[in-house]
Design a protein around this ligand. Structure first.
Ligand code: SIN
Length: 263
């Protein structure tokens, strides 16, 4: 990359802060360079961005098909932008207190999420990420071999009747760009491994949920107003830390779906 950007790694397994990018004006070459950084670091943080809703969605198009969420309400300005909001009187965060990857209950699953921070607490409200490549690589070879033949059913909670709510994916999924293998189950949406008995399925999913988000595979990212985070849902899980009661936190998210053959 020849651009005058400063790239600061944030943890050994994933995450980088990239300074010097202006998403409002970045051309196709700069977005390609940003995509290369995203596929290398899995999560990239871009401080001090000024994004209109249209530009937010336009950047999404570089990474996949912007999703109109089948169950959650969008902001009035654009159907592909979700408001990630916790008001001072609320106790629960958007998405709940679960590790997850976004939109794994659709096939193909989401590729990338782009989250723009608007109102950010002085303290707290960080987002944790865990590398699912690191989680896969840390498994023993016999465990890796056993997982190769398995799939998992992913379902949106309480929406069993909707065809938009259930998908089946391999338990270990190969990344379409890097070719690396990731553990691809998460506690928010992965409900069953159909090749196993229900007891085996429950035990193995519980083990993988715990293993996949060990502190050794994590980076913790703090927010400032204007920061944009991009992450690759095929490679990481994330968790929004709910430690800022009584304060407003507002962000906006575009999530795009993987385009088969594109990456
Ligand atoms: C999300 O799950 O996409 C939201 C993450 C966050 O609020 O930090």
């Amino acid at each position: 990359m020849t651009r005058p950007w400063t790239v600061t790694p944030l943890a050994p397994t994933l995450g980088a802060r990239v300074e010097g990018v202006d998403l409002a004006t970045a051309g196709p070459g700069e977005l390609d360079a940003l995509a290369d950084l995203l596929y290398e670091y899995l999560v990239v943080a871009l401080p001090d961005q000024n994004l209109t809703t249209e530009r937010h969605v336009e950047i999404g198009h570089r990474f996949g098909e912007p999703l109109i969420h089948p169950f959650l309400e969008a902001v009035p300005e654009h159907p592909a932008i979700l408001r990630v909001l916790k008001e001072p009187h609320e106790r629960e965060t958007f998405g709940g207190e679960f590790w997850h990857a976004d939109i794994t209950f659709i096939d193909p699953p989401s590729s990338v999420s782009i989250l723009h921070g608007i109102e950010i607490p002085e303290l707290g409200g960080d987002t944790l990420f865990a590398s699912q490549f690191a989680a896969h690589d840390a498994l023993s070879e016999p465990m890796q071999s056993m997982l190769e033949g398995l799939t998992a059913v992913h379902a949106y909670p309480d929406m069993a009747e909707s065809p938009a709510s259930v998908a089946v994916h391999p338990v270990v999924r190969q990344h379409p760009v890097s070719g690396r293998k990731a553990v691809f189950v998460n506690p928010a949406f992965s409900v069953r491994i159909p090749e196993l008995t229900s007891e085996e399925s429950r035990a193995l999913l519980d083990y993988l949920f715990t293993h996949s988000c060990r502190p050794e595979f994590q980076a913790r990212i703090s927010w400032t107003p204007g920061q944009v985070l991009l992450w690759d849902n095929r490679a990481v899980q994330h968790y929004a830390v709910n430690d800022y009661h009584g304060v407003r936190r507002r962000l906006q998210r575009v999530t795009v779906m993987e385009r088969p053959g594109f990456g």
